[in-house]
Write a protein that binds this ligand. Structure first.
Ligand code: PEP
Length: 247
């Protein structure tokens, strides 16, 4: 039974079979049974992650999913297809999906429902842009994004949700949010979830998490783990973050 905080790697559009093999082998060899780790890899490498991580406690998942179950949606991958061969989780509503591919709150909510209905864990990202923060709209934006999901999904899906607070300006920028800001937003999200009757949800922070700041960020109240982009591509960094996540 994992006791550590939940650390999820988002490989984004990176990797190849050879690089992945080395990274996955290092994670498998050096993680501890009580670590709670997962990697979200590009679709073509899901089977590689499945095979390489067999016999370990490291989960593996996707970075996106179709909101549709089946049909004429060329290029899409359904949640049932992911679940078919054991995929455990999928990120939905990453800010790059929202900003580059036009995913709105309603689409993200439908994707979260599709992931949970297939028996997997939806990792739902919320977060404000720099302009929104500067206009003082952070609370409004993240509560709107979470509210859209809570309004749409089933009671069972609510129990499965993982929420990742990822301020858009902190993603890939090398500049993580301050401990005060993370604390404030996580407390607000926790309150919103509890008001909706949802308890025990894991709240992850994401945005320039690395080995050197993971300890401080993971120590903040209501931070139950981290969603890690760039640093998850380096096995040493990711394992050091995993170490900081041990409680
Ligand atoms: C992400 O892509 O979800 C992310 C948090 O990226 P990074 O850790 O590189 O900021």
């Amino acid at each position: 039974m994992a006791t550590a905080k939940y650390i999820v790697g988002n490989w984004k559009l990176h990797g190849n079979a050879q690089e992945n093999a080395a990274r996955l082998a290092a994670l498998k060899e050096r993680c501890r049974p009580d670590d709670a780790l997962a990697v979200c890899v590009p679709f073509p490498y899901l089977a590689q992650a499945q095979q390489a991580l067999q016999g370990s406690t490291i989960g593996w998942g996707a970075q996106n999913v179709s909101e549709h179950a089946k049909g004429a949606f060329t290029g899409e991958v359904s949640a049932a297809m992911l679940a078919d061969f054991g995929c455990g989780c999928a990120i939905v509503g990453h800010s790059e999906r929202r900003s580059l591919y036009g995913e709105d709150d309603a689409t993200v909510a439908r994707k979260a429902q599709a992931v949970a209905e297939a028996g997997m864990t939806p990792i739902v990202c919320v977060g404000e842009t720099l302009a929104e923060r500067e206009r003082g709209e952070t609370a409004q934006v993240v509560t709107r994004q979470l509210a859209a999901v809570l309004a749409h999904v089933s009671a069972e899906t609510k129990r499965r949700l993982v929420i990742a607070y990822e301020p858009v300006w902190a993603i890939g920028s090398g500049r993580a949010a301050s401990e005060e800001d993370v604390h404030e937003v996580h407390a607000m999200l926790r309150g919103q979830l509890e008001q909706a009757g949802v308890t025990g949800t894991r709240l992850l922070y994401g945005g320039s998490v690395k080995a050197s700041n993971a300890g401080a960020l993971l120590n903040i109240a209501d931070v139950d783990g981290a969603l890690v982009g760039g640093a998850s591509l380096d096995a040493e960094e990711f394992l050091a973050i995993a170490q900081a996540a041990r409680v």
